[in-house]
Design a protein around this ligand. Structure first.
Ligand code: NAP
Length: 266
């Protein structure tokens, strides 16, 4: 096996050294990838935004905090001698992904986008209400139910500010920065969640519409199973598109293959 986990080719370099990877993380996939890179001794640094008070830290070298926009990211990569950029941030971390695309263009460094598949292939996804922005999500949910369950994240709650007199259930990972309306119940939790617990939660709060973004993965998908079982309509925020210049992969193995095949100045 070569350092990226692929078959060794006789008489051919298995990858293009020197390799030094900046891995933009904050997801389970990024942690899995960091573990694989660490065990293969491939030089890399994982980067976290620093939003979560007790983050699950990846193996290997880690830095925390924003870079200070595209310029900061470019300077960080240049100073650190990074040869490859892997954007394994959450599918909805659109600003960081835009900055990664721009930094990769400025530096001429290959960009790999590791993004887990969305939930669109589920059989029940065909009857969900797919919307492209938060205003549409709110309007659609308003038309569908009176007791919404909002699971689209802390940063989306501004879109639901007009619901201050509604009975609303919200689930977030981190405490809210501002006080929620008195009619809202706010749960702090980060999963993973089980179907039986999600069923009980939806029933206990008599939820009649579920709001989510298309995060994908299995950690938070049990709410969708529960909604399907109870016949609760689901309103889904679509993902932002990936950068056209990125090599897009959906799992860690394919990411390692893309890394092995990516050009590098060496
Ligand atoms: P965002 O809106 O796309 O990014 C806002 C700013 O946060 C970026 O411009 C950057 O600051 C900083 N940032 C974001 N990700 C970073 C990273 N991995 N390393 C260093 N700086 C980072 O991001 P977000 O949606 O707030 O997500 C923040 C982090 O939480 C990401 O790592 C993401 O993977 C994770 N996460 C997000 C969600 C979600 O729903 N959005 C869900 C789970 C986990 P500068 O401009 O100063 O560089």
């Amino acid at each position: 096996m070569d350092p990226f986990g692929g078959p060794l080719q006789p008489n051919a370099p298995a990858y293009h050294p020197p390799v030094r990877i900046l891995l933009l993380g904050g997801t389970a996939e990024a942690r899995d990838l960091a573990a694989r890179l660490t065990s293969a001794d491939i030089p890399h640094v994982s980067s976290l935004a620093g939003r979560v008070s007790t983050p699950r830290l990846p193996f290997g070298s880690v830095r925390v905090g924003g870079f200070g926009g595209v310029e900061g990211l470019v300077a960080f990569m240049r100073d650190g001698g990074f040869s490859h950029l892997i954007d394994a941030t959450h599918p909805f971390a659109a600003t960081m992904s835009d900055h990664a695309a721009e930094a990769s263009r400025v530096l001429g460094v290959p960009l790999i986008r590791l993004e887990r598949p969305g939930w669109g292939d589920r059989s029940d996804a065909a009857i969900w209400h797919w919307e492209s922005d938060l205003t549409q999500v709110r309007d659609r949910a308003e038309a569908l139910g009176m007791r919404p369950f909002i699971t689209s994240g802390r940063q989306t709650l501004h879109a639901f500010a007009s619901w201050r007199l509604r009975t609303v259930l919200v689930r977030v990972v981190e405490p809210l920065a501002v006080q929620a309306p008195a009619t809202w119940t706010v749960i702090e939790d980060r999963g993973p969640y089980q179907r039986a617990d999600e069923l009980a939660l939806l029933q206990a709060h008599r939820i009649d519409v579920l709001i989510t973004k298309d995060s994908g993965g299995s950690h938070t998908s049990a709410k969708l199973d529960a909604a399907a079982e109870l016949g609760v309509p689901v309103v889904v925020l679509r993902r932002p598109p990936a950068a056209a210049t990125a090599t897009v992969v959906t799992n860690v193995d394919d990411c390692l293959t893309a890394l092995r095949e990516a050009p590098s100045e060496g």
